[in-house]
Design a protein around this ligand. Structure first.
Ligand code: ZN
Length: 291
C-alpha cells in the first residue's frame, strides 16, 4: 500500500472514530438521568480539562520546491532535432520510483502558484513534475507511470496545435482525462511562438487567449477547468507578457532557467525549473532534489 493511501486511510479511520465517539457522547448525554451527578460537577463533565486535549502535530513545511521539467518520454527517433529532450521510459520510471521511495509527493504547478502568490509554505518534500509541449508520449508513456505511483503532474499543452484527435500532440479528450484525474493542464502558449517575436494583440493571443481556448475545449468535454499557470515557450519572456499574465489572474509562470522555486522569494511569474534530459543519471537527478 502506498504511504499516501495509508495516510488517507488512517485519516478516514480517525474521522470515523471521532464521529462514532461524538455520536456515542450524544447518546450518553441524551440518555443520562436528569439532575446533577452527586460526585461530578456538571461543568467538569461537559468540558474536558485543557491538559486532556491532544497536542496537534504540526506538519513540517518547506519554502523550497523543485519543479522538474520534462519534454519527451521515450527514445529519440533517428534524426531527431533535439535527442537530449527524450528521457527513456526506464529512466523516467526510475526517477518516479526514486521520488516515491524518498517520500516526495508531487503537487501541481497550479498549487505551487497559489503558494507563491499568497506566500504559503507547502508540505515538506513537495515537488512539481511538469511535461512541456503536450506530446502524445506524455499521455501514453508518462501518465501510466505517474498514475502507478499516485502522482499528479502538470501538462503544458499548446492549444493552437492540439486537436480533438491524437496527432503530433495529445488530443483534447486525453487532456480532459488527465485533468479529470487531478492533473493540471497548463498553458504553453497558442502556437509555441517565442514571446520575443510577438507584441500587442498577437502577444495577448499567445498568452491570454490560449488559456481561454484550453478552458473552452475542456468544458466542451465536460471538464470545468481554470487555467492558472503559464509556461514560456523556449523560456522566452518579456515584460509585456508578465503584465498580461498578471492582469489575466495567472498565479505562476515558468521559465527554463535552472533553479528551485523559493516561496516568499521567487518571482511567481518567472519561476525557474530543473531540466531533466536524456543524459541525466539517477544520481544527478537525486542531486537536484532537496535531501
Ligand atoms: Zn515547449
Amino acid at each position: 500500500m502506498f504511504p499516501h493511501r495509508l495516510a488517507s486511510s488512517l485519516l478516514a479511520l480517525v474521522l470515523l472514530i471521532g464521529l462514532v465517539a461524538s455520536a456515542a457522547g450524544a447518546s450518553i448525554e441524551s440518555s443520562a438521568p436528569a439532575g446533577p451527578s452527586p460526585s461530578v460537577p456538571p461543568s467538569e463533565s461537559v468540558a474536558p480539562s485543557e491538559s486532556a486535549l491532544p497536542t496537534p502535530t504540526p506538519v513540517p513545511t518547506t519554502r523550497v520546491v523543485p519543479v522538474l521539467m520534462y519534454h519527451r518520454i521515450g527514445n529519440p527517433p533517428a534524426g531527431a532535432r533535439y535527442p537530449g529532450l527524450y528521457v527513456a521510459v526506464s529512466s523516467f520510471r526510475a526517477q518516479m520510483n526514486w521520488l516515491y521511495m524518498h517520500g516526495f509527493h508531487p503537487i501541481t504547478a497550479a498549487e505551487l502558484g497559489v503558494a507563491l502568490r499568497y506566500n504559503r509554505p507547502v508540505p515538506i518534500r513537495s515537488v512539481v513534475i511538469s511535461l512541456d509541449d503536450g506530446r502524445p508520449d506524455s499521455y501514453t508513456a508518462a501518465w501510466p507511470i505517474l498514475a502507478k505511483y499516485g502522482f499528479r503532474a502538470t501538462f503544458y499543452v499548446i492549444p493552437g496545435l492540439t486537436r480533438f484527435t491524437v496527432g503530433s500532440r495529445i488530443s483534447w479528450a486525453q487532456a480532459a482525462t488527465l485533468a479529470a484525474a487531478g492533473n493540471e493542464i497548463g498553458n504553453h502558449s497558442m502556437t509555441h511562438t517565442s514571446l520575443w517575436l510577438v507584441h500587442g494583440a498577437a502577444l495577448a493571443r499567445q498568452v491570454v487567449t490560449a488559456g481561454k481556448v484550453i478552458e473552452t475545449r475542456l468544458a466542451s468535454l465536460g471538464v470545468t477547468y481554470k487555467v492558472t499557470t503559464f509556461c514560456y515557450p523556449y523560456g522566452h519572456w518579456t515584460g509585456d507578457a508578465l503584465l498580461l499574465l498578471r492582469d489575466a489572474g495567472y498565479n505562476a509562470a515558468f521559465t527554463t532557467q535552472y533553479g528551485r522555486a523559493v516561496i516568499g522569494s521567487t518571482n511567481r511569474l518567472l519561476v525557474p525549473r530543473l531540466r531533466v534530459d536524456r543524459s541525466l543519471s539517477l544520481a544527478g537527478f537525486a542531486y537536484r532534489l532537496p535531501h
